[in-house]
Design a binder for this molecule. Structure first.
Ligand SMILES: C[S@@+](CC[C@H](N)C(=O)[O-])C[C@H]1O[C@@H](n2cnc3c(N)ncnc32)[C@H](O)[C@@H]1O
Length: 419
């Protein structure tokens, strides 16, 4: 059963690169399906696959990796609300917004998009979320909307009390969160995929491109480009960020959110600068806007990242903190983390390096460590609006509303001083 014909078929139909799911995974899936269908050998199962698209779908179900959970990389949802849709929908709730979760797997990502917007007071009727995945099984589970422990990871689970009802076998998502979300089965490589869907203001396409080889990644990105509104924002997984840059997207400048925009829009925003300068478009204005107020030095990166691999030590020495931060935004998170630690060892505690470590911990769902770093920043730089903003959001997510209000108050005082 080690024949490559099964792997070739899966590559052709769904873009799966056999190497991405580990040696033997396709072979095991084929063997399981062959036994399930009661067929004697690989040739008989191959013949069935040629004759039955339903069986092809069953084989797909057996090889997909549906790993997902609520608020996976919370920075992305926060940035989507704070820097992209929140300001717009609060200013004009009638403006509406269209969001896409592709792939949505069992639905956690799409429901999280809804919760993130609702958390900031946006009414569910002012946005809609399409959620698509190749796995019919995953879509059925998403529609059922009842989740076990594995979907709730980390310690910041206060949202579960607000948006779910406890059931004997898990937690059922409440109707108000379901209302704006619509699930559909779909394969990004199917001819005419979402041809009538129009464009989306926000697309989450996280942790799918990593399963494709390079030509298929390019093909999938072309589909995403078509589905993304000209001023839309595309969120990818952290290991996919470098790829987006290679494909001509530009960072939307949202720390650790791995958010991108289409290049032409960014080109229009590009300020006249030296040949190697890159300007990250600043986030749009927001009510909380901690990022919008970040020092200009963190927005304008004056050196491009090196093309040659370098040791962490030399990176910390030769690149400034803004470059380390950019590296983290590009998905080179571990390198950036080591770089920030080296920077602190060599230069002493620095608010910007500590803030970066806070953002990295926050993105990894390590709320306690993130809060520790944010507080260290505030010890050294009590008016640091970015640390204040992120700490307030973190406390709110943990259900510490009194603590969050105190930080909000500090932030307002800080704003008063600035204006
Ligand atoms: C690891 S999950 C990612 C879920 C979610 N976006 C996240 O980051 O948590 C990958 C999903 O990609 C889906 N997938 C794989 N190939 C696909 C394709 N060709 N079209 C649509 N979905 C696909 C799988 O079914 C699986 O549910």
């Amino acid at each position: 059963m080690s024949e490559s014909r099964f792997a070739d078929l899966l590559e052709r139909v769904m873009g799966l690169s056999a190497a991405s799911i580990g040696p033997g995974a396709i072979e095991r899936a084929v063997d399981a399906r062959r036994r399930e269908t009661g067929l004697r050998d690989g040739d008989a199962y191959w013949a069935l696959l040629q004759a039955s698209s339903a069986e092809v779908q069953q084989l797909i179900e057996a090889v997909v990796v549906p790993e997902t959970w609520f608020f996976r990389n919370p920075q992305a949802f926060r940035a989507m609300e704070r820097d992209v849709l929140g300001p717009r929908l609060r200013a004009d709730p009638q403006a509406g917004a269209r969001l896409l979760s592709l792939p949505c797997s069992t639905g956690e990502e799409a429901y999280t998009m809804a919760m993130a917007l609702m958390e900031s007071g946006i009414e569910p009727h002012s946005f809609s979320i399409e959620a698509v995945d190749i796995s019919q099984h995953a879509i059925d589970m998403a529609r059922a909307g009842c989740y076990g422990r594995n979907s709730f990871r980390g310690h910041e689970l206060a949202f579960r009390d607000r948006y779910f009802d406890a059931r004997p076998h898990g937690w059922a998502v409440r109707d108000e969160v379901r209302a704006p979300v619509r699930f559909a089965q779909g394969n990004i490589f199917a001819p005419g995929f979402m041809a009538q869907a129009g464009v989306f203001d926000v697309i989450f396409c996280r942790n799918m491109l990593i399963y494709f080889d390079i030509p298929r990644q390019k093909q999938a990105i072309a589909v995403l480009r078509r589905l993304l509104a000209p001023d839309g924002t595309l969120f990818v997984g952290h290991s996919e960020a470098g790829l987006m840059r290679e494909e001509g997207f530009v960072s939307a400048g949202m720390a650790m959110a791995f958010a991108f925009r289409r290049a032409p829009e960014a080109a229009a925003l590009r300020a006249p600068a030296g040949p190697t300068a890159t300007v990250v478009p600043p986030p749009r204005a927001s009510l909380r806007a901690p990022v919008a107020k970040r020092p200009a030095a963190l927005r304008v990166i004056e050196r491009v990242r090196p093309t040659r691999p370098e040791t962490t030590r030399s990176i910390a020495k030769t690149l400034d903190l803004a470059a380390l931060r950019r590296m983290a935004d590009d998905g080179r998170v571990e390198e950036a983390e080591r770089g920030a630690q080296t920077y602190i060892r060599e230069n002493g505690a620095s608010p910007d390096a500590l803030l970066l470590l806070g953002l990295i911990s926050d993105a990894a769902g390590q709320g306690k460590a993130a809060a520790h770093y944010y507080r260290k920043v505030l010890y050294l730089d009590p008016g640091n609006v970015e640390a204040l903003g992120h700490l307030a959001l973190l406390l709110r997510r943990e259900g510490d509303h009194a603590g969050a209000r105190l930080i909000d108050e500090r932030m307002r005082r800080q704003d008063g001083r600035r204006n």
